[in-house]
Structure formats: C-alpha cells, structure tokens
Design a protein around this ligand. Structure first.
Ligand code: B4P
Length: 193
C-alpha cells in the first residue's frame, strides 16, 4: 500500500489537490471534513454533535474522527493506498493512525505539507463561502478560530512526522496546476525510492 497525508492549514488547497491526486495515483480519498459534512447532511447523532464544533471553527473530538477513519480503512480492504486529507489534525490522531496502519502492515510514505500565508487563506475561504453554503467559511472570526486551532493543535502533527523524516513542504501559492505538478514530482520521487 502507498499512503499519503496531505497536510496544511484550512484553505491551503488540501481538498482541491486531493481530488486530482486520487485520480492520478488511484488512491482512496479519506477526508474527515467531507465525512463529517456527510454525517451532518444525513442528520446522524454523530453529525449533529460534530456540527456544534465545526460551526465554531473548533476541532471535533479525537475519538469521533478516529472512529470514522477506522471504519473507512476497514471497509476498503483492497485499496492500493489512501490519501488522508485533513487528518490527522492532532498528535493523538497521528498516533492512532500509525497504530491502525501498523495493524494492516503498512505505514505513511510521506506527509505533503502545503504552505500558504494567512492573508491568502482568509481570502480563499471567504471567497469559497460565497458559493459553498459552508457556514464555517462565511464568517471571518470563525475562519480565524480555525486558523488558531491549526496553530495550537495541528501544526504539532508536522513536527511529529518530522521526527520520522516524512515531511515534504510544498509552496501552496500559485496556480492549482502548478501546485499539482510540484506535488506529483515529490510523490513520484517517493514512489521510486
Ligand atoms: P476541512 O473540510 O478539512 O476543510 P478545510 O481545511 O477548511 O479546507 P481545505 O484545505 O480542504 O480547502 P481547500 O484549500 O481545498 O475541515 C472543516 C472542519 O471539519 C474543521 O474546521 C474541523 O472542525 C472539522 N474537522 C475536519 N477534520 C477533522 C479532524 N481530523 N479532527 C477534528 N476536526 C476535524 O479549498 C479552499 C478554497 O481555496 C477553495 O475555494 C479552493 O477553490 C481555493 N483554492 C485552492 N487552491 C487554490 C489556489 N492554488 N489558488 C487559489 N485558490 C485556491
């Protein structure tokens, strides 16, 4: 199996680039943001509980997202590999992911970390908020809260994977095509290594 994490702050292009990467490399896309929004749309108990956190720009509790990832991994036993998008977002989630993958005799090949300035992140998210119908994208103070959660809880995940030499930083500003090319170059180097 070939497993990748696409990492970065909210609005850095994770979801955008994931769509293209899964197609090119035949990976299964696991976006905790998308999985949570599906739960909200289906008005499940999990979704209703998660919505309270998401609407305030806060992270959903670890046990909820870890449980979702565990069942997604179990329901794709024949996958060539997974692209994790927006997960892990805390060191506890990273630890749990390593254990889950070890149970399946696999591991993370690389963490591709997109770097984008805060000004650009805010602009992109407010812009998406005009059409996406996502309540967490329409209000600048919620966006600031999401960026603060990233700084306080998620940035440490990159430091965690750095200790294993797995982090590759990719400049996430510029055209979507150019950033995709940069990501593919890094992935191709990993695949032959
Ligand atoms: P997510 O769904 O993961 O969303 P995100 O981080 O806000 O966005 P993403 O980074 O994927 O968006 P993209 O840049 O592609 O999370 C939402 C919420 O769910 C979190 O706040 C949290 O509450 C909860 N959650 C999710 N996972 C969790 C976890 N593991 N633990 C706990 N809670 C969790 O797109 C942004 C915009 O930029 C788009 O409009 C796009 O078109 C644009 N864009 C992209 N690339 C661009 C470029 N190069 N140039 C210009 N615009 C670009």
């Amino acid at each position: 199996m070939f497993n990748l994490i696409l990492f970065g702050p909210p609005g850095s292009g994770k979801g955008t680039q994931s769509e293209r990467l899964i197609e090119k490399y035949g990976l299964i896309h696991l976006s905790t943001g998308n999985l949570l929004r599906e739960e909200i749309q289906n008005q499940t108990t999990l979704g209703l509980a998660a919505k309270r956190y998401m609407d305030q720009g806060q992270l959903v509790p670890d046990e909820v997202v870890i449980g979702m990832i565990r069942s997604a991994l179990d329901s794709n036993p024949k996958a060539k590999g997974f692209l994790f998008d927006g997960f892990p977002r805390t060191v506890a989630q990273a630890d749990a992911l390593d254990t889950l993958l070890k149970e399946k005799n696999t591991e993370i090949a690389a963490v591709l970390a997109l770097t984008v300035s805060e000004k650009e992140l805010i602009e992109r998210l407010l812009n998406r908020g005009k059409t996406s119908g996502r309540t967490d994208d329409t209000n600048e103070s919620i966006i600031q809260a999401r960026i603060a959660e990233y700084e306080n809880k998620t940035a440490a995940v990159a430091r965690y994977y750095e200790t294993f030499g797995k982090v590759i930083r990719v400049h996430g500003e510029g055209s979507i095509d150019d950033i995709f090319d940069l990501l593919c170059k890094e992935i191709d180097l990993k695949k032959v290594a």
